[in-house]
Design a binder for this molecule. Structure first.
Ligand code: AMP
Ligand code: MN
Ligand code: MN
Length: 341
C-alpha cells in the first residue's frame, strides 16, 4: 500500500478506470478515487466503457465518466479498479500500457496481478473497502460525496450485507460513512427502489426460462436479446436476476446465460449496443453463483473468465447448449458426489 500511496502522491494526471458493465463497486470505487485525488490537487480522467446503470446516477461525478478515449501523454498513472484482468476495462486495454505506471486495486481471487503496482486483497468485501483504506492513509478528508461512493460500493458488492464476503469492515466502514452524512434509506431507494414495468416483465420471462438439472443442484436462467426488446429493457435491468435462480431450494450452482445485443448487426450503432450486454459483440455473458460448496471462480477460469468463489463470470462464443453441456461436464468432474442421484 505504501508504494501505491507514494506513487499517487507523486502523480499529476491520473487515468482511473473500472470494469465494463459496471456494478455499484465499479462505479463507487471509481468516483471515490476520483474525488479523493482531486481533493489532493491531482488532475483525473474517469473511464468506463459501458453506460453507467441509471440506478447509480445519484453518485457524484457519474456524468463525468467518459466511455471512449485515446491514450493521452499527460497521463502519468493509471488506477484500475475492481478488474481481475486488464481486459475487463474493455477496448482501452490495448492502449493502457503506454501509461508509465499502472496500479491494480482489486479483490478478485482470479486477479492476474497485472500492472506495475498491485493492491489485491481477496478478503476485502469490495474494491471500495480497499479504496477507503488507501484514501484514509493518504489523509483525504472524507466528504459526504466520497462517503456515498464508498458506501454504495460496499452495499452492492455485499448484496446488502447478505453475501459471504460481508465482513466486519463492511459494517465499520459503512458506519463511518453514515457518520459523514450518508443516508442509508436514500441510497437504498436509489439502488433498489423501483422497477420499471418492463423490468418486471423481464423478470417474469427470466423466471420462466429457469431449467433445473442435476437433481435440483444446478439451475440455468437464459436471457435472450429478444426478451430485452420485447420488454423494452436494457442489459442493466438484468442485474440481480441470477439471485432468483440461486435462491431455489437445493440449488448449489446457478447459471445465467445472457445473449449479446446485436449479434447479427454489424452496424456502428448496433455494435456499440452489442458491447453493453457482453464484453464483445457475438459473445454470450455467463454469470455464475454458488452457495459456497462449489468454487465458481474455478469454473469461470476454465472458460477464460474470473471472479470470486461464490460469484464469477465469463464470456464465450460457444452456443448456449454447448455452454450448458460444458458446465454440466465440469460439475460432474469437479464435484462427482454432488451429481450422484
Ligand atoms: P457478474 O456475474 O457479471 O455479476 O460477475 C460476477 C463476478 O465475476 C464479478 O466480480 C465480476 O467482476 C466477475 N466477472 C464477470 N465476468 C468476468 C469476466 N469475463 N472475466 C473476469 N471476471 C469476470
Ligand atoms: Mn465489480
Ligand atoms: Mn467488486
Amino acid at each position: 500500500m505504501e508504494t501505491i500511496i507514494h506513487q499517487l502522491k507523486l502523480s499529476h494526471n491520473v487515468f482511473i478506470g473500472s470494469h465494463i458493465n459496471p456494478d455499484g463497486d465499479a462505479v463507487g470505487s471509481l468516483t471515490a478515487m476520483a474525488l479523493s485525488l482531486v481533493s489532493l490537487g491531482k488532475k483525473i480522467t474517469m473511464y468506463n466503457q459501458s453506460p453507467i446503470p441509471a440506478v447509480y446516477s445519484f453518485l457524484p461525478w457519474v456524468d463525468r465518466i467518459i466511455n471512449q478515449t485515446d491514450i493521452k501523454k499527460e497521463w502519468d498513472t493509471a488506477v484500475i479498479l475492481d478488474c481481475g484482468n486488464i481486459e475487463r476495462i474493455g477496448r482501452f486495454a490495448s492502449q493502457i500500457h503506454a501509461i508509465p505506471t499502472i496500479i491494480n486495486i482489486d479483490h478478485h481471487v482470479t486477479n492476474t496481478g497485472f500492472g506495475n503496482l498491485q493492491y489485491i486483497d481477496t478478503s476485502a468485501c469490495s474494491t471500495a473497502e480497499i479504496v477507503y483504506r488507501i484514501i484514509k492513509k493518504m489523509g483525504v478528508s472524507i466528504t459526504k460525496d466520497i462517503a456515498a461512493s464508498i458506501y454504495t460500493g460496499i452495499l452492492t458488492d455485499t448484496g446488502s450485507f447478505r453475501f459471504a464476503n460481508t465482513n466486519r469492515a463492511a459494517f465499520s466502514i459503512c458506519d463511518k460513512m453514515v457518520a459523514k452524512g450518508v443516508n442509508p434509506y436514500d441510497v437504498a431507494k436509489y439502488v433498489y427502489g423501483t422497477y420499471s414495468l418492463g423490468r418486471m416483465k423481464l423478470l417474469n420471462l427470466a423466471l420462466d426460462s429457469i431449467e433445473i438439472v442435476k437433481n435440483g443442484k444446478l439451475s440455468f436462467m437464459t436471457l435472450t436479446r429478444s426478451m430485452l426488446e420485447e420488454t423494452g429493457t436494457q442489459p442493466e435491468d438484468i442485474d440481480g436476476m441470477i439471485n432468483y435462480a440461486k435462491r431455489i431450494e437445493d440449488v448449489r450452482l446457478a447459471v445465467l446465460i445472457q445473449e449479446s445485443q446485436g449479434q447479427e448487426n454489424q452496424g456502428q450503432e448496433n455494435q456499440d449496443r452489442s458491447l453493453i450486454a457482453s464484453d464483445e459483440p457475438g459473445l454470450l455473458h455467463v454469470s455464475l453463483r454458488s452457495d459456497g460448496s462449489i468454487d465458481v471462480s474455478d469454473l469461470a477460469s476454465f472458460f477464460g473468465g474470473g471472479g470470486h468463489q461464490q460469484a464469477a463470470g465469463f464470456c464465450s462464443d460457444m452456443a448456449v447448449d454447448e455452454i450448458k453441456r460444458h458446465i454440466i461436464k465440469w460439475l460432474e468432474q469437479s464435484n462427482p458426489e454432488l451429481c450422484r442421484c
